[in-house]
Write a protein that binds this ligand. Structure first.
Ligand code: PMP
Length: 407
């Protein structure tokens, strides 16, 4: 299979549209990716042909919908290299997965003075649930420092592991900077201290080959909407024995085997964690996205995104006053930068007029911004369908920004 970007682009209907009278250049993929026809069709086909509630009824549509939903679970398990589909819990997204682990796994196992270890690179959704847990239990949040490239030096991290570390929670790839974190080595170090590890894979699954068994982590979370799938669906993978031991996260229908006022018996894993009617269409769409990713040559896709990042980094150096924030040695396709003294929101607004969609702000990673002493950056982030021409249009738009601001 060779990588042909024009064929890939043709699979994404939205890329054919114009914004503000010019062709769309979509460089906000770290926030949410666009969807290929295969995913859009899977969702509408589900609603047109198979829509029903799952698991409960014996009628044909319900059986069909259940088959599609459970089939999607297997596809997600395959995408993550999981040993079994029963280790995959459908959730709303990474945020819900992390909250689930905080409340259903860590909370019953943590005491006052125990520690949770995260890094300075984390997205707010891998900080705030732990702060809430610390408030609830008297546990302490420890933070592994980052350096000026936006990497996490291993010595600083290792020093914070200790006998009271109850969980390590790390982003696999930084959304704000693109840093690829050496999580395999960090998992090994955590396990040496008997600490289980949750990895936030929101930015990794779209860009890297993820194998939870190779990584040897204990939990892995990601969101459908960043991997060419729908919003409102994602997955938490957990080791079967840990999921088995855990209490449910929410109570309700679907997560029980029997209910009486005297005693309720919970369902088995993973249904124990899926209270209520789930996002069935979302799961079907996520299954289609997993199929879509697996149908392409992932190695070629990664090389294409690496090439775009190299090209963008090189072209960014031509823009006067542009400073790249985040220069890790291993990065996915994220170019975060500041442009002289011009506020990121002004940069974003002007490049948008040229049809270029980028994200501006703190990217839900305020501690990262604080480390670099900036309130916000402009972030261009790449996906499989982006091209060198998209980069050229971004650079041309940045020159316009400089003209307008007279810099
Ligand atoms: N972690 C990282 C690294 C992210 O980039 C994001 C989304 N920006 C999240 C967690 C949260 O994902 P979601 O909003 O889909 O739950």
């Amino acid at each position: 299979m060779s990588f042909d970007v024009s064929r890939i682009r043709a699979e994404f209907p939205i890329l054919a549209r114009e914004v503000r009278g010019v062709p769309l250049v979509y460089l906000d993929n770290a926030a949410s990716s666009q969807k290929p026809r295969a995913v859009i069709d899977a969702v509408s086909h589900y609603y047109e042909h198979s829509n029903a509630n799952i698991h409960r009824a014996v009628h044909a549509l319900s059986e069909e919908a259940t088959g599609l939903y459970e089939g999607a679970r297997t596809k997600v398990a395959d995408l993550l290299g999981a040993a079994s589909a029963q280790e995959v819990v459908f959730v709303r997204g990474t945020t819900e997965a992390i909250n689930l682990v905080a409340q259903a796994f860590v909370r019953p196992r943590i005491a006052e003075g125990d520690e949770i270890l995260v890094s300075h690179l984390e997205h707010h959704s891998n900080i705030v649930p732990w702060q809430m847990l610390c408030e609830q239990t008297g546990a302490v949040l420890r933070v592994a420092p980052i350096d000026d490239r936006g990497e996490i030096p291993l010595e600083g991290y290792a020093k914070l592991l200790g006998p009271r570390t109850r969980l390590v929670a790390l982003g696999h790839v930084s959304n704000a900077l693109g840093t690829i974190v050496p999580v395999q080595e960090m998992v090994r170090l955590a396990h040496d201290h008997g600490a289980p590890v949750l990895l936030d894979g929101a930015q990794a699954v779209p860009h890297l080959r993820v194998d939870v068994q190779d990584l040897d982590c204990d939990f892995y979370a990601f969101s459908g909407h960043k991997v060419y799938g729908p919003t409102g669906i994602g997955a938490l993978w957990g080791r079967a024995e840990l999921l088995d031991e855990m209490e449910p996260y929410q109570g309700g229908g679907e997560m029980i085997l029997s209910v009486s006022f005297d005693k309720t018996v919970y369902n088995k894993v993973p249904y124990k964690f899926e209270a209520g009617t789930p996002n069935i269409a979302g799961a079907v769409g996520l299954g289609a996205a997993a199929d879509w990713l697996r149908a392409h040559d992932f190695g070629a896709l990664m090389r294409h995104e690496d090439d775009l990042l190299d090209y963008a980094t090189q072209r960014a150096a031509e823009v006067p006053g542009l400073r790249v924030i985040g220069t890790a040695r291993r990065k996915t396709g994220v170019l975060s930068f500041v442009l002289g003294d011009i506020h990121a929101h002004d940069v974003g607004t002007i490049v948008d007029r040229e049809g270029v969609a980028v994200r501006t702000g703190h990217h839900c990673a305020q501690p990262v911004m604080d480390h670099f002493g900036v309130p916000a950056t402009t972030r261009a982030s790449f996906a499989a369908y982006n091209t060198r021409q998209d980069v050229d249009q971004l650079i041309a738009a940045l020159h316009k920004v400089l003209e307008i601001f007279g810099e």
